[in-house]
Ligand binder design. Structure first.
Ligand code: ARG
Length: 446
């Protein structure tokens, strides 16, 4: 049986084939279950428009569900000589069902198959990323609340600047994640539209019922215009990558803070010992390698939108094989970011904070603004108060009052964690993950 969907009567040069197939046989395994779901929806629709009999549809569904089970068991392979997952699934159906298997490709192309696979895969992965981000967010808010009143130095130019708190430090990263979640939400919405039926990028003369496949697959709507559906390849990945990069940016900064504040020269936080790594020569070392690896991975993830843009930037509309190469960068990015988020969550939940930092006199000067403000409140013009405190510090006669009293929104005494949590909650709740999970379970007859 021919292993290539397009095989007619010319043999392809094996080197050309190796080069053009690239890493598809390995990477498409990540898309396999979605290829099956897309095929169940497509064949259901073909039956509804009279292109398949009910019996044919049912036997296809039976085999597709068997293939799905094989994928779940980790036993699905793309065989030698088979180009990609779309070809493999069709080959298996044809082997088992003969002509019925050959009918499933009516009204579709591998171009819209890979589009729908990518959308379903990305939708699933985004769901996991959002849930993971929410978990890290909750851990940060909890730590912020717990250490609301523990002061720490705030820095500008890495110079001791003003009093801050662990409540603010943890809470700042939580609020950062709430903003990142907005990007994830936009990415999810853009992704959750059905491209199936766009075929090679220009639709089909069969009377396809795209509304039906949209509903069956649990998409919010379709990518209506078939040309746009195809044009969305690359753009969709790049936009999702922007959202991942936004999360990665937050994590990379958190990682740097954590490494720095964990160093003996700061001693503000302590990583759980089980989360540190040793040195082969220095017996005392407890290194924060975990945050360093996280920082590097997250910095690299921030180049992902650019890397994707460089591949697709100058392509006109319509399908090009260039788009295949995006998978090499895009598909592994989800495990990468999920891994980093999981590490960050584990450590943030367990990190210890130093409650005695301010006992060290090197931080005394950071109370200067508090003193200036106190004098100003008592009636001394701000500029005179500023000068007086400055001269006192120079003369070594400044004695800090370490009782800070900040009350405005988002300040030490009023970090607004409830408001931040409400922001996050709203965005997270707006993504109806359950609908997509139910649709997929229905397709599998579960
Ligand atoms: N592996 C291909 C990709 O990812 C699948 C689509 C192939 N389409 C084509 N016209 N050659 O883009």
């Amino acid at each position: 049986m021919a292993k290539k969907l397009w095989e007619k009567n010319i043999d392809v040069n094996p080197e050309i084939e190796r080069f053009t197939v690239g890493r598809d046989r390995e990477l498409d395994l990540l898309l396999a279950r979605y290829d099956v779901l897309g095929s169940i929806a497509h064949s259901t629709m073909l039956e509804s428009i009279g292109m398949l009999t009910k019996e044919e549809m049912e036997s296809l569904h039976g085999e597709l569900r068997n293939i799905y089970a094989t994928i779940e068991k980790g036993e699905f392979v793309i065989e030698e000589g088979v180009e990609d997952v779309h070809s493999q699934v069709e080959l298996m159906l044809t082997r088992r069902l003969g002509d019925t298997g050959k009918k499933i490709h009516s009204g579709r192309s591998r171009n819209d198959q890979v589009l729908v696979d990518l959308k379903l895969f990305t939708r699933h992965e985004l769901q996991e990323v959002c849930t993971a981000v929410k978990g890290l967010f909750d851990a940060l808010i909890e730590q912020s609340e717990k250490h609301k009143d523990v002061l720490m130095p705030g820095y500008t130019h890495l110079q001791v600047a003003m009093p801050s708190s662990f409540g603010l430090w943890f809470g700042a990263y939580a609020e950062g994640l709430a903003d990142d979640m907005l990007f994830l939400q936009a990415a999810y919405r853009m992704c959750n539209r059905n491209p199936l039926g766009s075929a090679a990028g220009y639709g089909s003369s069969f009377p396809l019922n795209r509304t039906m496949t949209t509903e069956l697959l649990g998409f919010d709507s379709m990518n209506y215009n078939v040309v746009y559906a195809q044009m969305g390849r690359g753009k969709s990945e790049r936009n999702v990558a922007f959202a991942l990069a936004s999360v990665a940016g937050t994590l990379a900064k958190l990682a740097f803070d954590a490494c720095m504040f964990n160093s003996q020269n700061f001693g503000f936080v302590k990583l759980p010992t089980e989360c540190t790594t040793g040195s082969s020569i220095m017996p005392h070392k407890k290194n924060p390698d975990v945050f360093e690896i996280m920082r590097a991975k997250c910095n690299r993830l921030q180049t992902l939108p650019m890397d994707i843009a460089m591949i697709m930037n100058n392509l006109p509309s319509g399908y090009f094989r260039d788009l295949q190469v995006i998978k090499e960068l895009f598909l592994p990015a989800f495990n990468e970011i999920k891994d980093c988020i999981a590490m960050a969550t584990y450590i943030i939940e367990r990190i210890e904070v130093n409650k005695e930092i301010l006992a060290d006199s090197r931080y005394d000067a950071m109370f200067s603004v508090e003193e200036v403000n106190r004098l100003a409140t008592e009636g001394m013009p701000f500029r005179d108060a500023y000068k007086k405190v400055g001269l006192d510090i120079e003369a070594g006669t400044f004695t800090p009052n370490k009782n800070v009293h900040h009350t405005h929104e988002g300040s030490i005494g009023n970090p607004c964690n409830k408001e931040i949590a409400a922001l996050m909650e709203n965005i997270y709740a707006s993504m109806d993950f359950e609908k997509t999970v139910n649709a997929e379970q229905n397709l599998l007859g579960r």
